[in-house]
Write a protein that binds this ligand. Structure first.
Ligand code: NAP
Length: 254
């Protein structure tokens, strides 16, 4: 695959980069030489801290507010990214939420719609903009997209999180389908499926079932956000230039 974006860094948008896995990805990509958009939805201060951390290592980064489920805000984020940091070469669709755990028949339709809007439609809308910017058939340099799925998509996930698990399965299928379409345009698309990673998201899910899931993970611990960031950085790099349409599970063997 010819992909000129992979010969040099350029600009990456990392959605949901104020905290947790996204913050680790943004930090690592900033240190690797990308100009980084540190996207956040509601927590501006930690997003600015991530930016500060990247700049303190002579990197380039800006914090940009956008709720990924609001198309106008996504459009503005992509415009600002290219205006302030230069042509886009990568997108990491990391923003996501679990929704409140509950039996499936107790889930409210409004909550299901919100979950789909953020985890699935938001990622699709960001990917749509990224393809338009990066596609060699639109004059772009090519590039790479990583969608943050979950090992839940493969195992069925934790109790009470059926809708969340379904959104992550959708991202795996979306990544595979999109990768076929845009490979000839110089764009690689992959997904990453983390196991249980120690972040704010899992801190509120520490039920006996979750503790049991950690205890029965072959590696016997939760993962660190940096362990997901390492995989994403590799997927975006020239070292992964022949890797597209795949899902990489990073789960301690779960
Ligand atoms: P987290 O600590 O809860 O952080 C979530 C991030 O997403 C925050 O930066 C948040 O921004 C952002 N976000 C939420 N809704 C958003 C929206 N509508 N628009 C833009 N940004 C939004 O989560 P995490 O554990 O790091 O998880 C990151 C991703 O990995 C998620 O997609 C999650 O499903 C996936 N994942 C996590 C685990 C795990 O064990 N932690 C396992 C598998 C997959 P604000 O700070 O502004 O709210």
């Amino acid at each position: 695959m010819s992909n000129t974006a992979e010969n040099g860094h350029g600009t990456v948008i990392v959605t949901g980069a104020s905290r947790g896995i996204g913050a680790a990805i943004a930090t690592e990509l900033g240190e690797a030489g990308y100009g980084v958009v540190v996207n956040y939805s509601s927590h501006e201060e930690p997003a600015e801290d991530v930016v500060e951390g990247i700049r303190s290592h002579d990197g380039r980064a800006i914090a940009v507010h956008a709720d990924v489920s609001v198309p106008d805000e996504v459009t503005e984020m992509f415009e600002r990214a290219e205006r302030e940091l230069g042509p886009l070469t990568a997108l990491v669709n990391n923003a996501g939420m679990t929704g409140a755990p509950a039996p499936f028949d107790a889930q409210e339709p409004g909550d299901l719609s919100r979950l789909m809007a953020i985890n699935v439609l938001g990622a699709m809308e960001c990917a749509r903009h990224a393809v338009r910017s990066m596609s060699t058939s639109h004059g772009g340099r090519g590039g790479s997209i990583v969608n943050m799925a979950s090992v839940a998509a493969h195992t069925g996930g934790l109790p009470g999180l059926v809708p969340y698990t379904a959104t992550k399965g959708a991202l795996v299928a979306f990544s595979r389908a999109l990768s076929n379409e845009v490979a000839p345009e110089g764009i690689r698309v992959n997904s990453v499926s983390p196991g249980l990673i120690a972040t704010d998201m899992t801190a509120v899910l520490m039920t006996p079932e979750t503790k049991e899931a950690v205890a029965t993970t072959p590696i016997r611990r939760m993962g660190r956000p940096e362990e997901i960031a390492d995989t994403v950085t590799w997927l975006l790099s020239p070292a992964a230039s022949f890797v597209t349409g795949t899902d990489i599970t990073v789960s301690g063997g779960r």
